[in-house]
Write a protein that binds this ligand. Structure first.
Ligand SMILES: Cc1cc2nc3c(=O)[nH]c(=O)nc-3n(C[C@H](O)[C@H](O)[C@H](O)COP(=O)(O)OP(=O)(O)OC[C@H]3O[C@@H](n4cnc5c(N)ncnc54)[C@H](O)[C@@H]3O)c2cc1C
Length: 319
């Protein structure tokens, strides 16, 4: 439980940190909250000759809306996200997510950027960021680049970040009116990593059909899984044979994705995707969202009710 020796660096600026990472290459690691990295080093499952602590660099911790985007600084602690009124009011899917990450002690240290940069399919933020269509900002020796979240997770513990890049910001498009979202996690006990979990973010159009659907799964494969088939099926406006075929494809995808996950959640997700086809499900959640007269939104609400999660609508239901 004692890590191998390493040199510790505490740069005061971003450019100093990038220069250190460039100098030491693969032998260096960014240290943020340390809640994933330090246990790995202690167990000797990971190795670093140089740790570059970004904790003293100013300007990396913030949560704000600007230019039509929610911007989260790469070194923002989970506890700051959890306590943010902006997150509670406008981004319920993020609030759902952050409050089920580990426990308050871990959330006081762990950072949102670290949660993504670690590339662990068991972490909770990745699926949520996929459902939200986020972008990741990385700064390296050649400057800044923006990576769409769909291109960020490359494999188990592997992301698109280069060894000399620092994740400085996460950008999320601000939700239009009549948007809502939720994150539902199945865990063995409170504070555990997910056995499996599902993230959903939807926006309703004027005709009551879904204009936008983002669905993604945690711990359902070596990377977080975006459920493109299920998204496409939900965007359908009227039931046609083709759409029923696509819904069945979505169910099949969910079934495959959850083959390695917990049977209970698998049954729940598959069941709920299946009931999207039925009249019963279309009206079963009416008492939760009476003011939102959109049967398909009710169907996805029943999805989360079936999985035991809470649904919150952030949009203007009168719009
Ligand atoms: C007991 C316990 C329970 C946990 N349970 C959960 C859980 O239920 N759900 C969950 O999602 N997570 C859980 N975690 C993980 C926790 O959320 C991690 O802290 C988080 O995943 C990593 O964030 P960090 O800031 O601590 O990163 P660190 O541990 O400092 O770094 C993790 C990795 O990311 C890299 N990195 C970090 N920040 C950056 C950056 N800005 N730019 C480039 N690379 C960077 C590091 O080099 C390292 O490789 C748990 C951790 C513990 C200890």
């Amino acid at each position: 439980m004692i890590p191998a020796g390493f040199d510790y660096h505490a740069p005061a600026t971003l450019s100093e940190a990038v220069a250190l990472l460039s100098r030491y290459g693969e032998g260096a690691k960014v240290l943020s909250g340390g809640q994933s990295l330090l246990p790995l080093l202690k167990l000797r499952l990971g190795h670093a000759e140089h740790l570059v602590d970004i904790g003293r660099i100013p300007g990396l911790e913030y949560v704000k809306e600007e230019g039509g985007m929610l911007r989260i600084g790469g070194r923002t602690r989970e506890s700051a996200l959890e306590q943010s009124e902006l997150i509670r009011g406008r981004y319920p899917i993020l609030y759902d997510t952050v409050r089920v990450i580990a426990d308050p002690l871990v959330r006081n240290l762990a950072t949102v950027g670290g949660n993504l940069a670690h590339g662990d399919p068991g972490n909770d933020h990745p699926a949520t960021m996929l459902a939200l269509g986020a972008q990741v900002v990385a700064v390296g020796p050649s400057g800044e680049r923006v990576i769409p979240i769909d291109k960020f997770f490359l494999g188990l513990f592997t992301t698109a970040l280069q060894p000399d890049e620092i994740l400085t910001e996460i950008r999320i498009p601000s939700p239009p009116p009549r948007s809502g979202g939720a994150y539902v996690k199945l865990e063995r006990k409170v504070g555990d990593y997910a056995t499996a979990a599902a993230a959903a973010q939807v926006t309703l159009g004027a005709n009551g059909a879904f204009d936008h659907v983002g669905l993604a799964l945690t711990n359902a494969g070596p990377t977080p899984v975006r459920s493109q088939d299920a998204e496409d099926a939900l965007i359908a406006t009227q039931q046609t044979e083709e759409q029923e075929r696509r819904q069945q494809a979505a169910v099949d995808t969910a079934q495959r994705a959850f083959d390695i996950a917990n049977a209970q959640l698998r049954a729940g997700v598959v069941n709920v995707l299946t009931v999207l086809n039925t009249e019963t499900a279309l009206f079963s959640a009416q008492n939760m969202l009476l003011q939102v007269k959109f049967a398909r939104l009710n169907a996805i609400v029943s999805l989360f009710r079936a999985l035991g999660g809470a649904w919150k609508d952030t949009g203007d239901s009168n719009a």
